[in-house]
Design a protein around this ligand. Sequence first.
Ligand code: IMP
Length: 184
Amino acid sequence: MEIIFITSNKGKVKEAQKYFAPMGVKITQQEIEYPEIQAKELEEVVEFAIKWLKDKLNKPFFIDDSGLFIEALNGFPGVYSAYVFKTLGNEGILKLMEGVENRKAYFKSVIGYYDGEIHIFKGIVNGRIGYEKRGARGFGFDPIFIPEGFNKTFAEMTTEEKNKISHRGKALMSFSKWLKENLI
Ligand code: IMP
């Protein structure tokens, strides 16, 4: 079985491919730019994007919208994570967090799959923001995020290690469970 993943993010594709490979599901990346509305919740962003995309493709597809939510910054960058990563980057977040004791943060991923209907799958991972960038793997905010129960950042983990505990790994797990029950 082959499923199309609409994204321009190669890091997300690698994680999905690693996750689905043992199940014999092939993930194919397709890059189509779609609008990401300014909404309070990732779920709203995903639903709007799917409704915009659905008539442009004639095969089932999925998208993933994720964000980093920092407690001391009242959930910032949250739904604005992509923009903030592009403008401030990891250094900018570390600067904003200078002198801040509460380092708690979580990542959330919302996957939307469309096969004539919209199916939503979610995952969250709690953790904390480090004091410096560590590691060279992964993408985005991985070098500054230390998941709960670990002393290393996502960027210091292999894709398999990250998938086992990450927000996206959890969303992919419920997506794959649903696929098994309904399609494969
Ligand atoms: P979007 O889901 O493409 O809107 O991306 C949200 C932003 O959060 C991007 O800047 C990503 O780099 C970042 N992001 C999303 N997921 C992850 C992750 O698993 N690790 C690190 N950064 C992430």
